[in-house]
Design a protein around this ligand. Structure first.
Ligand code: PMP
Length: 344
């Protein structure tokens, strides 16, 4: 018999799938790494497991403790499913732009959810960073994984995501495209792919190019943190989990482009994924087009891997709602997809 003893043992080992429709006509091979195959439905299961196990080993998290974390939902799910097995309580702090669907999911896993305003500065006492700091200090046995600064976030990607991509592409990956939130995924995965390709080729710095995708307005692409609606990516400060020396370049993507591509991925590729996935795919396709303009032969040999961090079920009332898209000016009033409104 083959079975896991707990769902948390099934984290990682996600598949690559080629994007054929949205990448049609491009010379490069574009492969998506589909992180919704993780048991909690997102890439964040990887860091949750590693951060908890490291905190147990260091004594920061003790039996019966409470995990307090600011999370847009996905990290919370990962932490909650590992915490359940180990008997920890979870209190999660979410900004109010996070969809109700996502908050309900956290509650369903047994976590307590505290909601804070999105449009305040990180140092403001009402910000989700400040509120989580206060709760972690006040609650006895409280421990804050602090995904924005925890080195075990990028380390989990160095140990799992990076090696999986190298193995599944037989070492042919030439470009990695990742949306940047805490920066943990791009830092750990990108660093691994650079290190391993440097070792194999003897080429300093390796031959894998690492490209960050960022919502226009966020700090990574030179903005000031101006609000954008895509969830889970972009920042208004520089997290310690992000090593800016890893990406070779950052591509800024607007909400409109991200959401349009997110809907296309569902309709054309059968990939019902979140908005940060659409954003990363826009960046990957823009990269593929540019490679082709610069050097068509090299573009034909390129294997671009783009990470799709989560599934789309948590965004049905937003990105996949014609009305919401129209209200925010992302879809013309007469451009609604009638079949999305209940016709088969
Ligand atoms: N997309 C989504 C939906 C996320 O929740 C996150 C995590 N904040 C990311 C992308 C970015 O990942 P990272 O924090 O590793 O940069």
């Amino acid at each position: 018999m083959t079975y896991a003893q707990h769902i948390s043992e099934l984290v990682g080992g996600t598949p690559l799938v080629q994007l054929t429709s949205v990448a049609r006509g491009l010379a490069a091979t574009v492969l998506a790494k589909v992180e919704y195959f993780n048991p909690g439905g997102s890439v964040k299961d990887r860091i949750a497991l590693k951060m908890i196990e490291a905190a147990e080993a260091s004594g920061e998290l003790r039996p019966g403790g409470t995990i307090v974390e600011p999370t847009s939902g996905n990290t919370g799910v990962g932490l909650a499913l590992v915490a359940q097995r180990k008997g920890y309580r979870c209190v999660f702090v979410c900004p109010d732009k996070v969809s109700q669907d996502k908050r309900d999911v956290l509650a369903a896993y047994g976590a307590e959810v505290v909601v804070t305003p999105t449009a305040v500065h990180p140092e403001d006492p009402r910000s989700y960073y400040s509120v989580s700091d206060r709760l972690a200090a006040e609650i006895p046995g409280g421990w804050k994984p602090n995904q924005y600064f925890n080195v075990n976030g990028p380390a989990s990607h160095y140990e799992s995501t990076g090696p999986e991509i190298w193995r599944d592409t037989d070492g042919t990956v030439s470009h990695l495209v990742v949306g940047v939130g805490t920066g943990g995924t791009i830092t750990g995965t990108g660093r691994y792919l650079k290190d391993v390709s440097a070792q194999r080729s003897g080429q300093d710095g390796g031959r894998v190019r690492v490209v960050g995708a960022d919502p226009a307005g966020s700090v990574y692409s030179g903005g000031d943190g101006r609000p954008y609606l895509v969830e889970g990516v972009g920042e208004d400060f520089w997290p310690g989990a992000y090593d800016p020396s890893v990406p070779d370049e950052i591509i800024a993507v607007t909400d409109a482009e991200s959401f349009d591509m997110t809907r296309r991925l569902a309709r054309e590729e059968g990939l019902l994924v979140g908005g940060s996935c659409g954003m990363a795919v826009v960046a990957a396709l823009r990269l593929a087009e540019r490679l082709e303009q610069e050097d068509p032969e090299a573009a034909a040999r390129a294997t671009i891997v783009v990470i799709l961090p989560d599934g789309g079920r948590g965004y049905m009332s937003k990105i996949f709602s014609d009305r919401w898209m129209q209200q925010h000016g992302f879809l013309a009033e007469d451009d609604g997809a009638a079949d999305a409104e209940g016709h088969d």
